[in-house]
Design a protein around this ligand. Structure first.
Ligand code: PEP
Ligand code: MN
Length: 290
């Protein structure tokens, strides 16, 4: 149907599985829930997020260090200092880290530390960036453009695949429409279509789709029910104080509750939610009888 060779299904039932670490892979029976703030703001912030969500459990951490902001005067991200914070949290909780790459010049540094590089909506058709990510050596989370058709989205993935990187995960994050009540319109039909048309894992970002925290949970459940391989959700220790996307950030308590509520939905569609982080250290009972 489309002029694509690598992204589209060639064998029915063939499903690509994208490995983020030894314990986390997207596209199999286990769902991958990626949680964390829109923007990395401090080491303390990321420590609180990881310590509270590792046992929810989520399976990967997100946090932007280079941010595509609508206004050039808005905070643009912590840069490499933020990347060091993500890497340090990963080493303590064993959760792979996902962060956005905005330009070719950022690839080398980000690929050296992150487990997955996100291409944001605004860059979905930045073809030079997509080509360069073909040799990044890290899995790519490709978000659907603000107004991209399904065909354009699949072609964007084809750019990365055809330049040598087979590890692409598609992310539906809502598209622009006429209604401004929600930030975007979550296209769940695209999730079902992409699962049929391609062999790539497909995850959903309900946070950027709706832009309002009270609408995130119902859409997260709907996404899993309709076949998504995972979710990426923004949450923050103090949501209203988020430096970016505050209105859509869940509290950590609400994130834990959401993961719990997702379990029966996951089970109903034959999927699992599995803990990745090492077991919480048990309290040692020491006998003092000697
Ligand atoms: C983000 O994940 O914070 C982000 C900017 O997403 P999108 O590119 O989907 O707007
Ligand atoms: Mn955001």
């Amino acid at each position: 149907m489309f002029n694509t060779k690598l992204a589209t299904q060639s064998h029915p039932n063939h499903q690509t599985i994208v490995k983020l670490s030894n314990r986390v892979a997207i596209g199999g029976k286990d769902l991958v829930i990626i949680g964390g703030p829109c923007t990395v703001e401090s080491a303390e912030q990321m420590e609180i997020v990881a310590s509270q969500l590792a046992y929810a459990p989520i399976q990967a951490l997100r946090g932007g260090v280079y941010k595509p902001r609508t206004s050039p005067y808005a905070f643009q991200g912590m840069g490499l200092e933020g990347l060091d914070i993500l890497a340090s949290v990963r080493s303590r909780y064993g959760l792979p880290i996902v962060t956005e790459v905005m330009s070719i010049g950022q690839i080398e540094d980000l690929a050296a530390s992150a487990d997955m590089l996100q291409v944001g909506s605004r860059n979905m058709q930045n073809f030079d960036l997509l080509k360069a990510l073909g040799s990044a050596g890290k899995p790519i989370l490709l978000k659907r453009g603000l107004a991209a058709t399904i065909e354009e989205f699949i072609n964007a993935a084809e750019y990365i695949l055809s330049h040598g990187n087979p590890d692409v995960v598609l992310c539906e994050r809502g598209i622009r429409s006429f209604d401004t009540y929600t930030r975007n319109v979550l296209d769940l039909a695209a999730v079902a279509a992409l699962k049929q048309l391609t062999h790539l894992p497909v995850i959903v970002d309900p946070s950027h789709a709706v832009g309002k925290r009270e609408l995130v949970a119902p859409l997260a459940k709907a996404a899993i029910a309709c076949g998504a391989d995972g979710l990426i959700i923004e949450c923050h220790p103090e949501p209203e104080k988020s430096v970016s996307d505050a209105r859509q950030a869940l509290s950590l308590e609400d994130m834990v509750k959401l993961v719990d509520e997702l379990r029966p939905v996951a089970t109903a569609v034959g999927r699992n939610i599995r803990a990745i982080a090492p077991e919480k250290p048990a309290i040692a009972l020491i006998s003092c009888s000697a």
